[in-house]
Design a protein around this ligand. Structure first.
Ligand code: BTN
Length: 238
């Protein structure tokens, strides 16, 4: 597998998208620092030099675009399982946040290069705050890092565990069409199943009860009219 390493870059996801069509599946972009790190919904992602893991994985799965959200679940399961191997307990706040003690330690940004019915590439971006002590004012109360939670771990050791898990769960999905282990990890380590949460969409905020995650990685909720619904994507606040 190819690994492309940068001391400093705009965003590993942006770079990954630029080179995606010319590189092998499994190519990984890592940077010590991102000066234009991106989160979901066009938000800024704080990526200071040496503070965290800023990595993008380029994939070329032979799946339909509507199936790609499952890859975010694979990433989430890999992060939780990788951290657990190093003695760190974390939970997944569906669909793409990893939290410790109710604060966000890691986020996933999955982006597609796709046509109507086929995928050209998928870029899975993972950001994890490992050594960070100071966060920007606007995220301070919601963010944490591995070090802030009391663990003295090196970025390389965490990255290695996450990538090993990712490779295993991803090939199980692609080669064997097996999603069960991934979903089992997502369910068992969910921060929201069994709880009431708010689902946010634009200015709309609905209070719903989360009851399950389907075999495709969708969230099953009971909505405000007491009707069961399946969400494919979305933003949830606890
Ligand atoms: C989120 O929680 O909103 C997703 C955050 C994703 C951050 C990672 S860091 C590596 C990759 N490059 C980016 O610009 N973003 C992702």
């Amino acid at each position: 597998k190819e690994i492309v390493y940068f001391d400093s870059i705009g965003s590993t996801n942006d770079y990954a998208k630029e080179i995606a069509k010319d590189v092998k599946e499994g190519t990984i972009i890592i940077a010590e620092e991102q000066v234009k790190g991106r989160g979901r919904m066009g938000k800024y992602w704080h990526s200071i030099k040496g503070d965290g893991i800023w990595v993008s994985i380029i994939l070329k799965p032979d799946i339909y675009p509507y199936e790609a959200s499952f890859i975010t679940q694979i990433a989430g399961a890999s992060i939780v399982k990788g951290l657990k191997k190093l003695g760190v307990d974390s939970l997944i706040k569906w669909p793409n946040d990893i939290i410790i003690n109710n604060k966000k330690v890691s986020g996933i940004l999955t982006e597609l290069g796709a046509e109507i019915d086929r995928i050209n590439y998928v870029v899975v971006g993972i950001g994890m705050n490992v050594k960070t002590i100071d966060f920007p004012e606007n995220v301070k109360s919601m963010a944490t890092s591995i070090r802030k939670e009391g663990y003295n771990l090196e970025r390389i050791d965490i990255l290695k565990e996450i990538l090993e898990e990712f490779e295993r769960l991803y090939s199980n999905y692609i080669e064997n069409k097996d999603k069960t282990e991934c979903i089992e990890i997502c369910k068992q380590n969910s921060a929201i199943i069994g709880k009431y949460v708010y689902v946010l969409k634009g200015d709309e905020k609905r209070k719903v009860k989360c009851i399950d995650i389907t075999e495709n990685g969708n969230l099953v909720i009971i909505n405000d009219n007491n009707v069961k619904e399946e969400l494919i994507s979305g933003e949830v606040s606890i």
